[in-house]
Write a protein that binds this ligand. Structure first.
Ligand SMILES: *Cc1c(COP(=O)(O)O)cnc(C)c1O
Length: 426
């Protein structure tokens, strides 16, 4: 499936290939457990000697079909679904970092991930250094230490819309013998496939465009299978030395290219249990079936909105990598030539108070704590998600106090622009 078909076909067909007499549509395996004939069969599953389902806290066939579809779209070898994007980001790093380890991360990342890495994981003894993603290779390299285990970035950062120079990040990571982990939530594999540019692991909040209809919170981790863990075995003992909780099995020896995802499933899911419900995986799959149709419409509408805003004299500034004058225009042309995403950020002349008045006047665009939905929605981080921060702290996080995050949906662009126009005039 992976090699033969193009993304549009994979969106519709990958993951679930029914055999004779089986349901055409991916079934929801709404079952916690799975039946075996002999005690010996079950025992082999617990020893990871046979593959098979036994308990939905670790694996479920509905989830695995959807994970396989996302793996095919990204061009990876294996994937797992998680209960949220936060869980995906946590597992992606925690699978290769333990207390005493360190990783390097772009400072331009989602606020929730910033807290997870900078506050909560620090309490677990895993240290992070945030770096400016636009800094030179030398400056970013200076953040690496002997105990550094990964480099992390977002393809397009939420909400600041910086575009990651994936090839540069991959070079830096590999020079230091660690994998590059990329959060590809905003472009989705329809617009950008980070593995083609050297990334090793991709993570997603499937809550956003992949689900697309604001029905289910979820996440996904995809492995390219390209990182050679054994070549850096001293850095990754969890993958390259025996796991006592599985009778001394070594993941890289037993599972090869599947080692990373197998460990995340057999160890992290078993112990921490942030699995996506099969019901949500089913809904996610329905979203994925139209991802290739929705993404171009999001991009087309966002381009029209960004162009309208850039010409309006009430607007102080606009960020959208599809605008030729944008700081990230050329990186976006390189990594996502068919379009970036549907999110546009801008500021109004008059700052914070004018932003609030504008948002309250919108009729079609709804104020919600969500982004990347079929319905146009809007958020003012300084008043909502980041409201505990002062203006100075906001600037440090790269979020201007007047920044409005406008998530352009798949409605008619003229209707969206008319709504913006009447709110600007209000
Ligand atoms: C929303 C988001 C997350 C967190 O995902 P949840 O599904 O809300 O847990 C992580 N990364 C990015 C880029 C996001 O937009």
């Amino acid at each position: 499936m992976t090699k033969r078909f193009k993304p549009e076909t994979l969106c519709v067909q990958a993951g679930w290939s029914p055999k004779k007499g089986e349901p055409r549509v991916l079934p929801i395996y709404q079952s916690t457990t799975f039946k075996y004939d002999t005690s010996e069969q079950m025992a082999r599953l617990f020893d990871l000697e046979d593959s098979g389902y036994f308990y939905t806290r670790l694996q479920n066939p509905t989830n695995d079909a959807v994970a396989a579809k996302i793996a095919a779209l990204e061009g990876g070898v294996a994937a797992m679904l998680t209960s949220s994007g936060q869980a995906a980001n946590f597992y992606a790093v925690f699978n290769i970092c333990q207390a005493g380890d360190h990783f390097v991360c772009s400072s331009c990342i989602y606020g929730g991930t910033f807290n997870l890495f900078g506050v909560t994981m620090k309490k677990l003894g895993i240290d992070v250094t945030f770096i400016n993603p636009d800094a030179s290779e030398e400056e970013i390299s200076a953040a690496f230490r002997p105990n550094t285990k990964a480099l992390f970035g977002e393809t397009i950062s939420n909400p600041t819309l910086e575009v990651l120079d994936i090839e540069k990040f991959a070079r830096i990571a590999h020079k230091h013998g660690v994998p590059l982990i990329v959060d590809n939530t905003f472009p989705t594999p329809i617009n950008c496939r980070p593995f083609e540019w050297g990334a090793d692991i991709v993570v997603h909040s499937t809550t956003k465009y992949m689900d697309g209809h604001a029905t289910s919170v979820g996440g996904c981790i995809v492995d390219s299978g390209n990182f050679d863990w054994d070549a850096h075995a001293d850095k990754f003992p969890g993958l390259c030395t025996p796991d006592e909780s599985y009778h001394g099995l070594t993941y890289t020896k037993a599972f090869g290219k599947m080692a990373y995802i197998t460990k995340a499933t057999a160890q992290l899911m078993r112990d921490l249990g942030s699995i996506q419900s099969p019901q949500n995986a089913f809904l996610l799959n329905l979203g994925l079936e139209t991802l290739h149709l929705r993404m171009p419409q999001h991009c087309k509408n966002a381009q029209a909105v960004a162009e309208y805003l850039s010409k309006n004299n009430k607007v102080a500034w606009v960020n959208y990598s599809g605008l030729p004058g944008d700081k990230y225009y050329s990186l976006a042309q390189k990594y996502m030539p068919n379009g970036s995403c549907g999110v546009v950020t801008f500021g109004l002349k008059g700052g914070r108070d004018v932003a609030i008045k504008f948002m309250d006047s919108l009729k079609l665009a709804a104020i919600v704590t969500h982004v990347a939905d079929a319905r146009t929605c809007v958020l003012h981080p300084a008043s909502h998600t980041h409201r505990q921060l002062t203006d100075e702290q906001l600037m440090e996080a790269g979020v201007r106090p007047d920044l409005i995050r406008f998530s352009v949906g798949i409605e008619n662009a003229e209707d969206i622009i008319a709504d913006i126009e009447q709110a600007l005039n209000a």
